[in-house]
Each structure stands twice: as structure tokens, then as C-alpha cells.
Write a protein that binds this ligand. Structure first.
Ligand code: NAD
Length: 318
């Protein structure tokens, strides 16, 4: 498979991730067939893509004409074989269950052209384990997006133990063509890179709240207004370079051993879950979200993220 031969994409799973990812492929000129076992999910994804299209036009991320052309490149199917017919690239986004993913990858092999790239959006399962069900594991690789897929720029390109260099190159090139920012993860480790970083911060944030050092609101404020304020522009290693490695070395000597090493699920999660507080799904979590609809919260988030995306693009192009 050559990069320029990739024209038709099958998106497998039309849930939270499938709709946004389909939009990104269509926007970049690919024809996308979105497949799901559930007709209801396909209808929801259809509506979701309409909303994304509207938002992107309103925010001037795409012209109305180009958005209509992109929209016309997305089709829907509830027949797996139909969605895989003559595709050069498959991206799987079904629930995070190894057996389900393995079964599907076997079907991809049976129905797709022999050289099609088979990618998975798994959050944490090993690519090697998913590919172990396949006869040609070299063409199986990770393509891990972040939610909301249509806005967040990062895509992790993950190498399973048997993924070929060519597959990694193709997933990388496709990611760039989508206007996303690829990062190659060279080892098939749990959580890849982004979730490991995210959960390292989450563990310490929960520890600080659970031990009464700071309130939930203030731990979030510390991240958003201090440490995290720098992150869109400076990663942690760039920050260390700017601050002086000698300074960071001294601090890490006494601070690393103080940090949380909690290895089980955090108590505050378990307690809130027992109380039926699952976050915006149920109206309460660490915060009280009652009185504002879930859709409204997500709409505000997306508008904010788009402003951030525009700023990042502006800075990168200057
Ligand atoms: N939601 C996130 O924030 C996020 C972020 C990055 C990666 N992921 C990963 O992406 C994948 C999908 O996550 P999601 O949040 O979109 O899940 P989801 O539950 O919202 O959607 C999954 C979809 O798969 C469909 N499905 C179930 N069995 C199927 C089958 N056999 N064939 C086809 N479709 C089937 C379901 O009907 C549903 O529409 C998971 O591996 C998840 O770990 C999720």
C-alpha cells in the first residue's frame, strides 16, 4: 500500500470517537464508510457529524462549500462487509474489549484487500494482543486519538511488537494529512504516552485532595492557571530547560519520593461512584453540574477548545 493510494476508509464503531474521527477523514478528502452494529448509534453519529459540520463552519475552520463536500464523503452502513469493500485503511473504535477487537480484526483480514492498513483507536489494550488474532500482524498499528476527536490535535501512532515500519509510516502520514499532530509510541506499553501522563497528574491531584491539602476546585485551578497554563506552549522537559536542569534536579531529589505511589483505584472515585455520582452523566461528581445540560457543558468545552486550537495554529504558523 502506498500513501497516495489511500482513498477509502472504513470507520468501525460510531460512538463517541467514531463520529468525530470520520469527520476529520472526510475533511481531509477521504471517503469514509462508518459502520456500527447499532442502527440507533449510526443515526446518532449522523446527527453528531451534522453538529460538528455546523460548528466548524460557524467557527470558520472550514468554508461552507468545503464542509458540504466533506459531509458528502461520509456514508453509513450496518453491514460490515459492505463497509470494508475496497478500503485501503480501517480504523476500529468499538468498545474496549480485547475479544471483540480480535474478532473484528479477523473479519477485517477476511474482507479487506491484503495490503489495507488496519488501525485501532484502543485507549490501552496492547496492539500486539489485538494483532495476535491476525495472519498479517505487520499491518496492524495503533492510532490513538483524544476526545473530542475532531478538535484535539494529538494522535499517538503506536507500534505493536510486529507492526512494520511501513505501517507506522503510513499511519503517521495519514495523521499529518488529517491536520493532526502525530507522536510515535515505540513500545506497546499500557496507557501509551498520553494516558500515562494524564493519569500521573490525576493520581497526584486525587492524593492532594484526599489528604486534605487542597480542595477539588483548587487543584483544578492550580493546573489550569499555573502548571497547565504553560503546557500548550511548553512541555515538561522544555519547562525544565527554561528553568535550569540543575534547579529541577535539586527539587526532584527531595520531591519525587514525596509523590503519590497509589497503585489501586482512588478512594474518592469509589465513594462517588457508590453515591451514584459519575460526573456529568448523572449531574454530580467532584462538582455539581445539575441545572446545566450535558450537551451545554460539552458545547462550551468544544467552543473553548476551538479557540485554543486556533491560537496554537496561529502560533505555529507565525
Ligand atoms: N471516549 C474516549 O474519550 C476515547 C478516547 C480515546 C480512545 N477511545 C477508545 O476508542 C474506542 C471506542 O470508544 P468510544 O468512546 O467511541 O466508545 P462508544 O461506546 O461511545 O462507541 C462504541 C461503538 O461501537 C459499537 N459497537 C459495539 N460492538 C460493535 C461491533 N461488533 N461492530 C461494530 N460496532 C460495534 C457500539 O454500538 C458503539 O456505537 C475504545 O477502544 C476506547 O477505549 C475512547
Amino acid at each position: 500500500m502506498e500513501f497516495d493510494s489511500i482513498k477509502n476508509v472504513a470507520m468501525i464503531g460510531a460512538g463517541t470517537m467514531g463520529a468525530g474521527m470520520s469527520w476529520c477523514f472526510a475533511q481531509a478528502g477521504y471517503h469514509v464508510c462508518l459502520y456500527d452494529v447499532s442502527q440507533e448509534q449510526l443515526e446518532k453519529a449522523n446527527n453528531r457529524i451534522d453538529q460538528i459540520q455546523k460548528l466548524f463552519v460557524e467557527e470558520k475552520l472550514i468554508t461552507e462549500k468545503d464542509a458540504s463536500l466533506a459531509r458528502a464523503r461520509v456514508s453509513f452502513s450496518s453491514v460490515l462487509e459492505e463497509s470494508l469493500h475496497e478500503v485501503q485503511y480501517v480504523l476500529e473504535a468499538v468498545p474496549e474489549r480485547l475479544d471483540l477487537k480480535q474478532q473484528l480484526f479477523q473479519k477485517f483480514e477476511a474482507c479487506c484487500p491484503k495490503d489495507a492498513i488496519l488501525a485501532t483507536n484502543t485507549s490501552g489494550l496492547r496492539i500486539t494482543d489485538i494483532a495476535s488474532a491476525c495472519q498479517i500482524p505487520g499491518r496492524v498499528g495503533g492510532m490513538h486519538w483524544a476526545n473530542p476527536a475532531e478538535i484535539v490535535p494529538l494522535v499517538e501512532v503506536i507500534r505493536g511488537e510486529q507492526t512494520s515500519d511501513h505501517t507506522i509510516d503510513l499511519i503517521y502520514q495519514v495523521t499529518e494529512k488529517l491536520g493532526k499532530m502525530p507522536v510515535v509510541v515505540n513500545k506497546d506499553i499500557l496507557g501509551f504516552v498520553s494516558n500515562r501522563l494524564q493519569y500521573a497528574v490525576l493520581r497526584e491531584a486525587l492524593y492532594l485532595v484526599e489528604t486534605g491539602v487542597v480542595s477539588a476546585q483548587d487543584v483544578d485551578r492550580t493546573l489550569k492557571c499555573g502548571v497547565g497554563f504553560r503546557y500548550p506552549w511548553l512541555g515538561p522537559l522544555e519547562t525544565a530547560d527554561l528553568g535550569g536542569l540543575d534547579v529541577f534536579h535539586s527539587i526532584s531529589q527531595y520531591l519525587f519520593k514525596e509523590l503519590s505511589t497509589m497503585s489501586g483505584p482512588p478512594e474518592s472515585f469509589s465513594r462517588l461512584i457508590r453515591e451514584g455520582k459519575l460526573g456529568i452523566k448523572t449531574g454530580q461528581g467532584f462538582y455539581d453540574h445539575r441545572g446545566v445540560s450535558r450537551d451545554e457543558i460539552l458545547r462550551r468545552r468544544d467552543r473553548y477548545f476551538i479557540r485554543q486550537l486556533k491560537l496554537i495554529r496561529e502560533i505555529q504558523s507565525s
